[in-house]
Design a protein around this ligand. Sequence first.
Ligand SMILES: C[S@@+](CC[C@H](N)C(=O)[O-])C[C@H]1O[C@@H](n2cnc3c(N)ncnc32)[C@H](O)[C@@H]1O
Length: 312
Amino acid sequence: MISMTSCPSTDRNVKLNDRGVHNSVNHKFDTEVSECDFEEGHYARKLTAEEVYKLSKDTQIVNDFKQKKLEKEAKKNWDLFYKRNETKFFKDRHWTTREFEELTSHYRIHNKIQDNQEKKLILLEVGCGVGNLIFPLIEEKTNMFIYACDFSPRAIQYLKDHHSYDDTKCFAFLCDLTQDNLAATIAPSSVDFVSMVFVLSAVHPEKMKAVLTNVHQVLKPGGLVLFRDYGLYDQAMLRFSPGHKLSENFYVRQDGTRAFYFSEEYLSMLFKSAGYEVVANKYVTRETVNKKEGVCVPRIFIQGKFCKLLSQ
Ligand SMILES: C[S@@+](CC[C@H](N)C(=O)[O-])C[C@H]1O[C@@H](n2cnc3c(N)ncnc32)[C@H](O)[C@@H]1O
């Protein structure tokens, strides 16, 4: 049993080894440990000694054969996810205009950004699922034309069946972001904003740059990617039991869908490597209540804005 004493939190990132944990981890769990001995994590999430120990012990990596199968079946596994959950899993994302005020017409008018009925601004929502992000925007009358794509045929069908789907306001299409060229459907350099919300985490890390490059082609110079996803040391990452780890910070869920947990450093490096400028990139902390277990769960997300340079 461990008992902890708290210590002041520090505002710096600690150096992590290739398993995402500090090198000096070597504890005895039958002794009393002070949390100060385990300054692990980052400014948004300090890990307890127990969590550091759990991460450091999780060294078993899913074998190559299974990893290849998961990659091959990524689309099928997400489509089965929507077969099981239909439209009930994700809540509508009503926070997008609060977090990304560029999406509101108020912001655009204030900043004298072109916004009129004849030439609407264009938003592309990638990995749109069943439309939890786009329908609040349509219902809030944000007055944009929205392209929405996903590789799950079921998700796209649910989205098209939604009572607010209106083909004068949006166009939904199938696209595997890792292999289908977005510019085959959308004119190159024509999109003002791309929303990428809990999508890149589902992509194999080796293919993330290709996804960002794909998006880059259709984004206008000066256009923005509005990004939110899972952050490093999110509680969901800490809860994986052994046998679910695919590579550093990358895990597979029970249903075969995968999740990567981003550090600020990694995300910044990734976008820069695909030709973007980093406008914002920060961890976001939230607490969600797990009613079944009666506990508060600390969630770590990462939120950013990444710009296609004007000269590109
Ligand atoms: C966690 S859901 C997020 C859905 C939506 N963005 C939202 O916020 O509600 C991840 C979505 O990404 C889609 N996805 C994963 N990999 C993809 C890929 N390579 N190409 C296109 N869509 C993908 C999945 O089908 C799924 O709908």
